[in-house]
Write a protein that binds this ligand. Structure first.
Ligand code: CDP
Length: 209
C-alpha cells in the first residue's frame, strides 16, 4: 500500500473532494495545502500587514476533520470566498511564504499514511511520494463544479465570473517562478472531466493498492 499520496492539479479539478474520501477509506490523514495558502491570504486581508510580516510567526493548524485554524481560531468557512482565493494565489508567489508552508507540510507528512493535495506536492513538497496524481478537468467543467459548490452553500455565484477567475488563477499558478503548478514527471495524469467523484476515488484507490 502506498503510504504517501500527492495530488496536484488546477483550481476546481476536485482534488480536495476526492482526497478527503480516499483518506477516509484508507484511514489516512488528509492535508489540504491550499487551505494553508488561503489562511495566509486571510491574515493579510484582515490585518492589513504585508505577506512577509504575516508569515513570520503565523500559526496554522489543520485537524483530523480537515478544519483549519488560524492563530487558534477556526477559519474553515471564511477562507472559501473568491476574495481569499485570489489572495491565496497572490501570496503563493512569494518564496518566504512557500518556504514556511512547505516546512509545515513536510512535518505534517512525516508520520506517513497521508494524502496531501495542492499545486507543488509531487514536484516540491513531497518529491518522494509513493503515488503522485495530477488531477485535471476542462475549464468549463471546473467552473461548473465551483459554481454548484457555491450555490450549495447559498453563496453568490456567477458562472462567467467564476470561469474568469479560474482561468486567471491557473495562469498565475502555472507561470509563477517559484514552485509553479506542474505535473511531476512520475505523476499519473487523471482527467476527471467525464468521471464521477466515485470513479476518480476508485481509480486512486486502485493505484494506491
Ligand atoms: O480549491 P482550489 O483548487 O480553488 O484552490 P486551493 O487548492 O485552495 O488553492 C488556493 C491557491 O493556493 C492556489 O490558487 C495556489 O495559488 C495556492 N497553492 C499553492 O500555491 N500551492 C499549493 N500547494 C496549494 C495551493
Amino acid at each position: 500500500m502506498k503510504k504517501i499520496i500527492a495530488v496536484d492539479g488546477p483550481a476546481g479539478a476536485g482534488k480536495s473532494t476526492v482526497s478527503k474520501i480516499v483518506a477516509a477509506r484508507l484511514g489516512y490523514t488528509y492535508i489540504d495545502t491550499g487551505a494553508m495558502y488561503r489562511a495566509v491570504a486571510l491574515k493579510v486581508l484582515q490585518s492589513g500587514k504585508s505577506a512577509e510580516d504575516v508569515t513570520e510567526n503565523i500559526d496554522i493548524k489543520l485537524d483530523e476533520a480537515a478544519r483549519i485554524f488560524l492563530e487558534g481560531r477556526e477559519v474553515t468557512k471564511e477562507i472559501r470566498t473568491p476574495e481569499v482565493s485570489r489572495g491565496a494565489s497572490e501570496v503563493a508567489k512569494f518564496g518566504f511564504v512557500r518556504k514556511k508552508l512547505t516546512e509545515l507540510q513536510r512535518a505534517m507528512a512525516a508520520r506517513g499514511s497521508v494524502i496531501m493535495d495542492g499545486r507543488d506536492i509531487g514536484t516540491q513538497v513531497l518529491p518522494n511520494a509513493d503515488l503522485k496524481i495530477f488531477l485535471t478537468a476542462t475549464v468549463e467543467e471546473r467552473a461548473r463544479r465551483r459554481f454548484l459548490e457555491l450555490k450549495e452553500k447559498n453563496l453568490a455565484a456567477d458562472f462567467e465570473q467564476i470561469k474568469k477567475e479560474i482561468i486567471l488563477r491557473d495562469k498565475q499558478d502555472t507561470e509563477r517562478e517559484i514552485a509553479p503548478l506542474a505535473q511531476a514527471e512520475d505523476a499519473i495524469l487523471l482527467d476527471s472531466t467525464n468521471l464521477t467523484i466515485e470513479e476518480v476515488v476508485d481509480k486512486i484507490l486502485e493505484l494506491a493498492e
